[in-house]
Design a protein around this ligand. Structure first.
Ligand SMILES: Cc1cc2nc3c(=O)[nH]c(=O)nc-3n(C[C@H](O)[C@H](O)[C@H](O)COP(=O)(O)OP(=O)(O)OC[C@H]3O[C@@H](n4cnc5c(N)ncnc54)[C@H](O)[C@@H]3O)c2cc1C
Length: 397
C-alpha cells in the first residue's frame, strides 16, 4: 500500500493493541487511530474470572500497555464504530464522527451471549468486561447462592473463584458433565471431580427455561432462582450466564466485508477487501479446503496481528501466514488446565500421564496414530513437551 497516512484500528483490546504495536514495529510512521466501544484503555480479560475475582489482583494490574511504549496512537474511546464505507474509506462512529483512512484493522472481539428473560432482572450477570467483573464481584458475598449457567471454562473458573469466598455454588450444564462436550466423558468426569472436591454442585443434562424473580428493595425484579425445563426452580441469589460469546460483527452489515460467523479471513488476516484485515475473537479463519475456525483464545489474539498488519501494509502481497497451534489455559481451584492443538470429533484420547481417577493428568488425542491435541491438568512440564511436538508437526506440514 503506497502512501498510507492513516490506519484505523477498530477495537481497543488485546488484538487491537497488538495491531498498533505491529504497525509501529513494521516502521509505519503514519497516523494510527484506535476506536474502542469501552471507555477503558486495553486491559487483560483472563484475570477477570481468575485473579480479580479471587482478590489477588487489583484492576490496575490488568493494563496491557506499558507506560513507556510510545506507540503514538490517538485513542477514541467510549464510542463504537457503527459502519464502514469502503468506497469512501470512511468509518462512522455512533456519535456521528467520520474517520477516513487508508486501511482498517478489525479487532472488535466478542460479547457474552445472553439468555431470554434475564434483561432487567437484577442479580443476573454475564462476564466479558471489567465493568461486568466489578458488578459480579460485588455480589459474591459469603453465604450467598450463586447459580452458574454453563459449565465451560468461564463458568467453571467463576465457580472455583466464588468458592474461595464461601459462596454456595451450583453449576448447571446442558451436557452430561462440564467440558464433556468439548473433551469427552473421561475428561468431563475429571473436571466434575475437581468441582466436587472444591465444594461446587454440578448438575449435568439440564436445560434452563427461565428465571424466577421477586421485587427487590427498590421494587425492580431481583432474581430468586433459575427455572429448569421440567419446572424445577434452583434457588439463587446471584446468577452468572456463561453460555459462550458472539463475535461483534453486526456493525459491518452493508460494508461488503464478508462475514461467516466472524469476519471471514484467510490465514494472513486478509478479508474480502484489501483495505481491511481482521484479527482476534472477531475473525474466522477459513482455510483453502473450506474449514473455518474462530478462536476465542488469548494467544491467538496476541500473536496474529503481526502477520495481519504485514498483510495490510503490503496490500495483500506479504507472504507470511499464521503459524502456531491453538493454545489456551484455565485456572480452577488452584490447578492449571492447559490445552493445545486441533482436536476433532473421532480423535482418540490416550492418558499419557495420570488417569481418570487422579488430580493430575495429561491426555493426548490421536488420529490414525498421530497426536492432534493435548490437555493437561497440573502437569506443565509434560504438557509443554507435547505442545512443542504438536507445533513442530504443524510447522512441518
Ligand atoms: C473472563 C474471561 C476470561 C478469559 N480467560 C481466558 C483464558 O484463561 N485463556 C485464554 O486463552 N483466553 C481467555 N479469554 C479469552 C481472551 O480474553 C480473548 O480471546 C481476548 O480478549 C480476545 O481479544 P480481542 O482483542 O480479539 O477481543 P476483545 O478482548 O473482546 O476486545 C474487543 C474490543 O472491541 C470493542 N468493540 C466491540 N465492538 C466495537 C465497535 N463496533 N467499535 C469499537 N469497538 C468495539 C469491545 O468493546 C472490546 O473492548 C477470556 C475471556 C474472558 C472474557
Amino acid at each position: 500500500m503506497d502512501d498510507v497516512r492513516r490506519i484505523v484500528v477498530v477495537g481497543a483490546s488485546l488484538a487491537g493493541l497488538g495491531a498498533v504495536r505491529a504497525l509501529r514495529a513494521e516502521g509505519y510512521d503514519g497516523e494510527v487511530v484506535v476506536v474502542g466501544e469501552e471507555v477503558h484503555r486495553p486491559y487483560d480479560r483472563p484475570p477477570l474470572s481468575k485473579q480479580l475475582l479471587l482478590g489477588t489482583w487489583t484492576t490496575d494490574q490488568l493494563a496491557l500497555e506499558a507506560a513507556d511504549e510510545g506507540l503514538d496512537a490517538r485513542w477514541v474511546l467510549g464510542v463504537p464504530a457503527t459502519g464502514l464505507d469502503l468506497t469512501t474509506r470512511t468509518l462512522t462512529l455512533a456519535d456521528g464522527t467520520r474517520l477516513v483512512a487508508d486501511g482498517f484493522v478489525l479487532a472488535t472481539g466478542a460479547r457474552a451471549r445472553r439468555l431470554p428473560g434475564a434483561d432487567g432482572t437484577a442479580g443476573v450477570h454475564v462476564l466479558r468486561t471489567l465493568d461486568d467483573a466489578a458488578a459480579l464481584g460485588g455480589e459474591l458475598q459469603p453465604g450467598r447462592r450463586l447459580v452458574v449457567i454453563g459449565g465451560g471454562f468461564l463458568g467453571s473458573e467463576v465457580a472455583a473463584a466464588a468458592r474461595t469466598r464461601d459462596v454456595e455454588v451450583t453449576v448447571l450444564e446442558r451436557g452430561t458433565r462440564p467440558f464433556a462436550r468439548q473433551f469427552g466423558e473421561d475428561v468431563g468426569a475429571l473436571i466434575g471431580a475437581l468441582h466436587a472436591r472444591g465444594g461446587t454442585t454440578v448438575r449435568g443434562g439440564v436445560d434452563v427455561a427461565g428465571f424466577a424473580s421477586e421485587p427487590g428493595p427498590d421494587g425492580a425484579p431481583r432474581v430468586t432462582g433459575v427455572e429448569l425445563a421440567g419446572g424445577e426452580v434452583v434457588p439463587a441469589d446471584v446468577v452468572l450466564v456463561a453460555v459462550g460469546a458472539h463475535p461483534n460483527v453486526e456493525w459491518l452489515r452493508g460494508s461488503g466485508i464478508e462475514v461467516v460467523d466472524g469476519v471471514r479471513t484467510d490465514d494472513r488476516g486478509a478479508t474480502s477487501s484489501p483495505l481491511v484485515v481482521a484479527v482476534g475473537d472477531c475473525a474466522t479463519v477459513v482455510d483453502p479446503e473450506g474449514g473455518a475456525v474462530r478462536h476465542e483464545h488469548w494467544t491467538t489474539a496476541a500473536e496474529r496481528p503481526a502477520v495481519a498488519v504485514r498483510t495490510l501494509l503490503s496490500g495483500g502481497s506479504a507472504e507470511g501466514r499464521f503459524t502456531g497451534i491453538p493454545y489456551f489455559w484455565s485456572d480452577l481451584y488452584g490447578e492449571r488446565l492447559q490445552f493445545a492443538g486441533h482436536r476433532e470429533p473421532g480423535d482418540v484420547p490416550v492418558f499419557v500421564e495420570g488417569s481418570a481417577d487422579e488430580e493430575k493428568f495429561v491426555v493426548v488425542w490421536e488420529r490414525d496414530g498421530v497426536p492432534t491435541a493435548v490437555l493437561a491438568l497440573s502437569s506443565s512440564r509434560t504438557f509443554t513437551k507435547w505442545r512443542r511436538q504438536l507445533a513442530k508437526q504443524t510447522a512441518a506440514v
